[in-house]
Design a protein around this ligand. Structure first.
Ligand code: ZN
Ligand code: ZN
Length: 285
């Protein structure tokens, strides 16, 4: 992956210099610059082919924008979350008259939530599960560009209204960072942030605000009490930037316990509103 990055940077450098050279009055090449750029770009795709973010097959190139991230077969396989959805966790619900999913109804009937609300791009189907697995365990962090771009394109108006000071990626433990080389939540947040710039929205990604001080087990198989114990002292605030509104970013919302725990810590740091944004929300229907 690093070789790919170095190669990309090299190409960018060449293109930059060529763009300066390619002024119509100064440069009159028999091979137009755009064709040359296209050849190099195709060469890059040949050496490092793009893969479908769902099924991981190599994508054909030069056949239109649809082939940039998804193969023909998977193009309709993403179930985007549309109305009706839970106004608290963003999960898809069936009942048009209900504001919340059953999970949120039972979870927040006795205890108050630390975050305001959150929203996700799509439902956690098997396809998305495979895609997220590839991102986390097979080094396919480049898939996050697709998700970040879509989140920005779909939710930019909503994000703008919330006046978010910073995106806070859910931190991963140092040991996991050393073995994975990246935090998928942070890479996702960077892509969202980059694509939001197209809508004149400038929100920073703060990955130094909170660190994970405890390497936690997988939470989805644990009971409520076990999850609570596992997350006790899992995160620590490292600085006090005095944010008013923040948005936690993660790849998936399952039980909500990580987001809830993190929000509790942020709330104690006098942040007024906490939201979250994820790629996928596990169904509660
Ligand atoms: Zn596919
Ligand atoms: Zn809910």
């Amino acid at each position: 992956m690093n070789i790919k990055r170095i190669f990309n940077n090299l190409l960018n450098l060449i293109f930059k210099n060529m763009e300066q050279e390619s002024h119509p009055l100064r440069f009159n090449s028999p091979l137009p610059f755009n064709s040359f750029k296209q050849i190099l770009s195709n060469l890059l795709k040949f050496v490092f082919p793009k893969r479908c973010i769902i099924c991981d097959t190599i994508l054909p190139f030069g056949k239109g924008i649809n082939y940039e991230y998804l193969c023909k077969k998977c193009i309709k396989s993403i179930h985007f979350i549309t109305e009706p959805y839970c106004k608290k966790c963003g999960a898809k619900i069936n009942d048009i008259d209900s504001a919340y999913c059953d999970r949120c109804k039972s979870q927040y009937s006795k205890t108050k939530s630390n975050y305001s609300f959150g929203f996700g791009l799509c439902r956690y189907t098997n396809n998305i599960k495979n895609s997220l697995h590839k991102i986390k365990y097979d080094g396919r962090y480049e898939y996050l560009e697709f998700y970040g771009k879509l989140i920005a394109n779909i939710y930019y108006k909503k994000i703008k209204k919330l006046n978010i000071d910073a995106f806070i990626p859910v931190p991963i433990h140092r040991e996991r960072l050393l073995s994975r080389n990246y935090n998928q939540a942070e890479v996702l947040a960077m892509h969202i942030c980059n694509h939001l710039k197209n809508y004149n929205i400038d929100i920073e990604v703060d990955n130094e605000y909170i660190i994970r001080t405890k390497s936690t087990k997988k939470l989805n198989k644990l009971s409520n009490t076990e999850r609570k114990n596992e997350l006790t002292n899992a995160f620590t605030i490292k600085k006090h930037p005095q944010y008013k509104n923040v948005c936690i970013v993660d790849d998936i919302y399952t039980t909500g316990s990580t987001i809830e725990n993190l929000s509790g810590l942020i709330k104690k740091d006098n942040v007024s509103n906490i939201y979250f944004l994820v790629i996928a929300v596990v169904d509660n229907i």
